[in-house]
Design a protein around this ligand. Sequence first.
Ligand SMILES: Nc1ncnc2c1ncn2[C@@H]1O[C@H](COP(=O)(O)OP(=O)(O)OP(=O)(O)O)[C@@H](O)[C@H]1O
Length: 249
Amino acid sequence: MVAPPDNDVLWARALHFQHHDGSPALCGVSLGVREGEILAVSGPRGSGKTALLHCLSGLVRPQRGEVWCAGVPLHSLGPLRRERLRRRCFAWIDPAPVLVPELTVWENAALPMMLRGTPRRAARSTALEWLERLDVGDRARGLPRALHHAERQRVCIARALAVAPAVLFADEPTAPLHRADRAQVLRTLTTAARSHGITIVLATHDQETAAVADRTVPLLDGRPVDTVHLPPVPSAAATEGRAACSLSV
Ligand SMILES: Nc1ncnc2c1ncn2[C@@H]1O[C@H](COP(=O)(O)OP(=O)(O)OP(=O)(O)O)[C@@H](O)[C@H]1O
């Protein structure tokens, strides 16, 4: 077993994954993600973006291949250790907002911090800061059911950023937002990532969303089809801290 390069926070080699019913989702994907990088995984519906994020984040185990996170072989950890690592290092944003309906908005945003051992008062204060940044601070005391769908998604994004994860997996994070809101939310997400050194792996089928990334890995039928170096984006937030990244099949 060859260890991954030191400066890749995530590194995967020859990932093969198929669903329980035998549908192939990934066919030999290898990639490396540098610390602090924003990497977009793009491709049409069914190309394997979600499956790749699930494998990279340890949510599922690939049938073949390796996934390393900061030098730890995720693919060979047992479920308990994998879960601990996921909780300690990762955060996740789904394409649709998932919140605990019985908890208030701020409690939802603070929950992952409290699960990591942050005292309630400190977690509350951090959650409120992030809810403000995502423009839902005034909804903090209410229950999720009082919020619009798009506001709930903003809460999910605040919750993911609040733990300052090493890696944030974002699967179509702006899907529930109106076009006008998308750019602003993406800017908040990327600015926060740049300033806090958070690595982002972003699945999207939308070119405008992929344009905020340092690099894009386009997938088709579970295989990377090429490496796209996006043209420079003329905003400081989008260009700061670009990092190189490797990809091979
Ligand atoms: N639970 C499942 N059981 C069986 N096949 C599945 C399942 N989920 C996805 N697939 C199939 O696996 C392949 C990869 O799907 P995946 O969801 O990873 O792609 P995607 O690029 O994220 O697509 P989308 O944008 O629609 O989410 C597709 O052929 C899809 O139909």
